[in-house]
Structures are given as C-alpha cells and as structure tokens.
Write a protein that binds this ligand. Structure first.
Ligand code: TRH
Length: 369
C-alpha cells in the first residue's frame, strides 16, 4: 500500500505555540500506520529543544520520535518534496520546495479559532504562482472544520497515568519539587498549573486560590507571571518549575486540579486534561481577542457563571476577576465546573481528530486527482 509522506514547515515566530503545534502534528503523523515518512523543518531548534529535550539545537538533521527533523536554513539538502507539504501558519515555503512541487498536496495549516467563519473557509483552495492549489486547513471545534489535534489513545494513556500515584510523585521529583513542598499536596492542597501570559491578573489568582479552608500550590514555569511568587501566603504557595518536554507538560495538566493556559496548543491540552481551567488568551489590539474568546466560550456550553469567570480573567477589572474566581472555586461551584469541563471534553472527543480529518482530506484529493 502506498503511504503518503509529509513535509511540515515551521517558523518559530514567537513563544512556543508554532513549534508546539507542529511537533504534536509531526509526532501523531509519524505514529500513524497509514502515513509514510514525516519530515519536520524548523528554523529555531533552540526553542524546539525547550519543549523536547532530545532535540539537539546544533544538529542540521536528526531523528526523534520517528520524525526526521531538519534545521530550516537558507541552504536545504537536495530532496524531493513528499506527497503532502504542510506550511504551518503561512510560514512561506522555501523557493527550492516551491520549484520542485508538482502534484503535491499543499496545505496551509491555520491558527485555531472557534469563530463561525472558520467553517466556510476550511478546506478552500487558492491557486498559487507555481500553478498549484494551496488548501487552507483550519483546526476547529466543530465537525465542519479541521478538528483538534488528539492522539488516538490519549484518554486511555491519561487514565493509566493518573491511576498510579507513583507517576505523579516521579513527575514532581523530576521538576525538582522538594519533599516539603510535595508534602503540601499530600496534605490535600489543591494543585494549580499556571501557564499564562505575564499580564494575567495575578492578584485574582492568589486571592481566590489562597483560601485558608482550601489552600493551593501553584506550579508555574520559570519566567511566567513572576508577580505571583510575591503574593504567596500561608494558604497560597508558588513552586517555579523548569520547562519540561511536551509529554510532561501534559502530565502536569493531568495531575493538577486547576489549569491556567494561554496559546492554542496549551488550550487544547487543557481541554483534554478534563480539569477546570482558565484560558488566558493572547491580548490583541482593540480587544479583538475578546471576540475570539466569546466565540470559543459559546462552543464550550459552560454555564454562564464559568464563562463569566473566564471572561473576567481576561479583562482589566481585577476586582471582578477576584469575585468571579472566588465563587468558582467554592466547593459546590467547583464540582459543577469540573463536571462541565468533563462534558466539554467528551463533546470534543466524540468528534474525529485533526489527523484523521487531514488524512481523509488527502485521500479525497488523491482520489479526485
Ligand atoms: O507559547 P504560546 O504562548 O504560543 C502562542 C501561540 O502560538 C499563539 O498562537 C501566538 O499568537 C502567541 O503565542 C503569541 O502558547 P501555546 O500555544 O500554548 O504553546 C506552548 C507550548 O509549549 C505547548 O506546546 C506546550 C509547550 N510547553 C512545554 O512543552 N513544556 C513546558 O514546560 C511549557 C511551559 C510549555
């Protein structure tokens, strides 16, 4: 059987979202029984190394997790493009590739959005100067979009991992958490994982989570929301963690009671974790991000009170954020929030994954070509 190969091009523009999404896609394709070789071309291996430690920042070529990784520089090796060429986030393919593409399927993988227009733009072609069609592939939350990245065995892996208390203990050891801090968790402190942008309402988090009846330990990746550690008190403590591989990033989300996430990859992973979470969306000019947030909140079917909590967390009125978050972490509301996040996860896992849809799209195009 002919198995399609994939070339994925990734330019790291800012932060870790670009490489985060491309690395998940590459790993999932490489593990798929109906996919041939997978090559990932990345212009910034140092950022890549942050989220996958086995990637060597100085290697021009290397293999990791079944993916051939190439440093994307001015001079590329003399290769023929594989059947499917994925240009992530309109990163502009190298001329050498454009010149050599003939009947390849050219996909532009777009940013994730829950807005309505995504359904009408998903999978549309656009004819390019080299005569090929480039297809716009939009990830999304509905069946008429490109779907969300999800490993086929994700929920089983999560259940197996969380069933073993040793897994969590090993993870906490690995991130260097001292025994006396782990002891707080053993005593029943809530664990929050906080990966937000630095303009998040730190005071709201510290006030709401630092309740004497229900204290919280926040695990915060180094460099994220530094203000939070100045707000520690007897019922709110902060542990600064190092950057970990994506697998352990997921483990941190799975083992936390509350997650605070930010870009598109961490948002999707928080959905899969199935725990209460706050999405701290990337702020844009003229509050354009609020329309994106509202479109997404609509799709979650969360109750109005939790939508309000997430909205307030993304707005400048810190007292509103404190009040709303304080209500959400009260035991009855908390349980409701937890159930609703599980229901949202279920609704999303009932849909096919992005890789399944991408392969179906490729099969359809191969059949019609
Ligand atoms: O890094 P981000 O903030 O990226 C975002 C998005 O790209 C967004 O589209 C862009 O507009 C904005 O930057 C400027 O957040 P995101 O998308 O959640 O990606 C983070 C990645 O880093 C994710 O794959 C998880 C990974 N990660 C680890 O693997 N280990 C870690 O320890 C941490 C903290 C993150």
């Amino acid at each position: 059987m002919h198995l399609p190969g994939f070339d994925i091009f990734c330019r790291v523009v800012d932060n870790y979202g670009d490489i985060g999404v491309c690395w998940r896609l590459a790993k999932q394709l490489a593990q798929h029984s109906e996919v041939g070789p997978v090559r990932l071309w990345v212009d910034d291996l140092a950022s890549f190394h942050q989220i996958e430690k086995c990637v060597r920042p100085t290697a021009a070529q290397q293999v990791a997790r079944g993916v051939q990784i190439h440093h994307w520089t001015q001079t590329l090796p003399d290769v023929r493009p594989l059947e499917v060429v994925v240009e992530a986030f309109a990163c502009d393919l190298p001329q050498m590739f454009l010149d050599r593409m003939t009947d390849n399927l050219w996909i532009n993988l777009e940013y994730l959005s829950a807005e309505d227009w995504v359904e009408s733009c998903h999978a549309l072609p656009s004819i390019q100067p080299n005569g090929l069609n480039k297809f716009f592939f939009f990830p999304g939350f509905t069946p008429r979009t490109g779907g969300l990245l999800r490993e086929p065995d994700l929920l089983d892996s999560q259940a197996t991992w969380t069933a073993l208390p040793e897994s969590r203990r090993a993870l906490l050891d690995k991130i260097g958490m001292p025994d006396h801090v782990q002891g707080l968790l053993l005593k029943g402190w809530r664990q929050a994982f906080v990966f937000c942008y630095n303009d998040a309402p730190a005071q709201a988090l510290a006030n709401a989570l630092g309740h004497p009846g229900q204290p919280t330990l926040a695990i915060v990746p180094r460099g994220v929301l530094p203000e939070l550690s100045q707000l520690q008190n007897e019922s709110f403590q902060v542990f600064e963690s190092p950057f970990v591989d994506q697998d352990d990033f997921d483990h941190l989300l799975w083992s936390s009671d509350l997650n605070v996430v930010r870009g598109e990859d961490s948002l999707v992973r928080a959905i899969w974790a199935g725990k209460p979470f706050l999405w701290h969306i990337y702020r844009q000019k003229e509050d354009a991000h609020m329309a994106k947030l509202d479109a997404w909140l609509e799709r979650t079917h969360l109750s109005a009170e939790f939508r309000q909590t997430i909205r307030a967390f993304n707005q400048t009125d810190e007292s509103a954020a404190i009040a709303s978050l304080q209500e959400a972490v009260e035991p009855r509301a908390w349980e409701q929030w937890r159930m609703e996040c599980l229901a949202f996860r279920q609704a999303m896992t009932d849909q096919t994954s992005l890789v399944t849809r991408l392969l179906a799209f490729r099969a359809e195009k191969a059949g019609s070509g």
